[in-house]
Design a protein around this ligand. Structure first.
Ligand code: UD1
Ligand code: MG
Length: 450
């Protein structure tokens, strides 16, 4: 049976107290709705529909960046979750399959849980995802009769007996597309909020003799984000999951709680990650690498056996071949670093390519930006770059070439050549001593005058 996802992301998120639409706030370096989208994608959903409203343009742009095929519909006014789902009718009217509704602010639903809902659909017309709430508070209550779900009652509309129920609505729902829109046509907004509640489709289904049930998931999965405090908690939950996933995949985390992952981080087996390492979006690390303390990586690739840090910064487009070494206070951006090549100390390599087996001395800078344009530096294989070399890009250093310490490279250097640009070295006998005496006398005069 084909499946379509509808992700609701039109709400403002008033309690975030933010100019940014709520669903664009990030967890693990990705907007929170992307987490819901990813879980849904694991179902192999043929269609993915995002309902936007507040900040529609920004949310749409972010969604397309993650999923170019996502379909976007606009809910002009936010009149409730049922009303929001109806906005998806314009694209799903003729969809012949099941529809799963997810909330963009509920990022942690597991793919396995969605699969359990799919399985339950074999028996029931409508399937809802519920959880036992430690503090049911504002959640909608699931009114069960054995395995059958009779209704969902929103907290604001519930009587005392209903409020005593602790089995709550996560928001996730599944039924056939045709049934979903037909049921939504029958619901009104005569409730405490004056909203069209998606939850009312359950009672509506019961009225027409359909069956409904609820699948149970862990409360942690249904965690919703409504405030900055919730966001921080969600980040902690995400990181805890990401750390344990990495460990299960054979990655050593010396101090797991001090390593921070992004949603799309991929780390190979037997890689070791020391404390205080941050992975921004878009990082892949191959097997057997070592990421040492206080390193920050984003948008980069680290080859097998490479060593990064301590105190290294890999920015977008940094690609390290196998066994490359990037040491302390080194920044690499948009550059390929060859196999076994070493950039160990205090260097900036940007918009460059460096061949295999090259050594880049301390304090080397690729001067890539002229104030208007960026230029490339090409450094060959098995080359030796002396400390404090400045490459004034665009410039090339050949294979097995060398630069003398302190050289400012302003032209291309052929293979095997030495580049040297240095003022003549001189010593001037006694001059330092005289200078010291002069300066000390000046200081004494100044101190006396005060
Ligand atoms: C909803 C459920 C409640 C459940 C709770 C779980 C309803 C009526 N209630 O309540 O049973 O326990 O979630 O967190 O569904 N949205 C739109 N357009 C709208 C309204 C909402 O897109 O017009 C989106 C929001 O952006 C959000 C989601 O729908 O992503 C849920 O809306 P929200 O207002 O947070 O519903 P709750 O009151 O939390
Ligand atoms: Mg909510």
């Amino acid at each position: 049976m084909p499946v379509a996802l509808i992700i609701l992301a039109a709400g403002q998120g008033t309690r975030m107290n933010s100019d940014l639409p709520k669903v664009l706030h990030q967890i693990g370096g990705a907007p929170m709705f992307v987490h819901a989208l990813e879980a849904g994608r694991a179902l192999d959903a043929d269609r993915r529909v995002l309902v936007v409203g507040h900040g529609a343009e920004a949310v749409s742009a972010a969604a397309r960046a993650y999923d170019p095929d996502i379909e976007i519909v606009v809910q002009g006014e936010q009149l409730g979750t049922g009303h929001a789902v109806k906005a998806a009718r314009e694209v799903l009217e003729d969809f012949d399959g099941d529809v799963v509704v997810l909330y963009g602010d509920t990022p942690f639903i597991r793919p396995e849980t969605l699969q359990a809902m799919v399985d339950a659909r074999a028996e029931f017309d409508v399937v809802v995802l519920g959880f036992e709430a430690a503090d049911p508070g504002r959640y909608g209550r699931l009114i069960m009769d054995g395995k059958n779900l009779n209704a969902i009652v929103e907290a604001k509309d519930a009587d005392d007996a209903e409020l005593a129920v602790t089995f709550c609505n996560s928001g996730v729902k599944m039924t056939s597309g045709a049934n979903l829109f037909a049921l939504l046509d029958t619901i009104g907004n005569d409730n405490a909020n004056g909203e069209y509640y998606l939850t009312d489709i359950v009672a509506a289904a019961a009225k027409t003799g359909q069956s409904a049930t609820a699948i149970t998931c862990d409360e942690a999965e249904t965690l919703g984000v409504n405030s900055r405090a919730d966001l921080a908690h969600a980040e902690a939950v995400f990181q805890a999951r990401a750390r344990s996933d990495a460990q299960e995949n054979g990655v050593t985390l010396v101090a797991p709680e001090m390593v921070f992952f992004a949603l799309d981080t991929v780390i190979g087996r037997d890689t070791i990650i020391e404390p205080n390492v941050v992975f921004g979006p878009g990082v892949t690390v191959e097997t057997g690498a070592t990421i040492r303390s206080f390193s920050h990586l984003e948008g980069c690739h680290v080859g097998s056996g490479a060593i990064v840090g301590p105190y290294a910064r890999l920015r977008p487009g940094a690609e390290l071949a196998n066994d490359a070494h990037i040491g302390n206070f080194v920044e690499i951006k948009n550059s390929q670093i060859g196999e076994g090549t070493k950039v160990n100390h205090l260097s900036y390599i940007g918009d460059a390519s460096v061949g295999d087996g090259t050594n880049i001395g301390a304090g080397t800078i690729t001067c890539n930006y002229d104030g208007v344009m960026k230029h490339r530096t090409e450094i060959g294989a098995r080359a030796f770059v002396g400390s404090a070399t400045m490459f004034i890009a665009p410039v090339k250093l050949g294979d097995e070439a060398m630069t003398a310490t302190g050289t400012v490279v302003t032209g291309d250097v052929p293979d095997g050549a030495l580049a040297i640009s240095r003022p003549e070295f001189q010593t001037k006998a006694g001059v330092a001593r005289k200078l010291f005496e002069k300066l000390k006398a000046a200081k004494a005069a100044r101190d006396k005058g005060q």
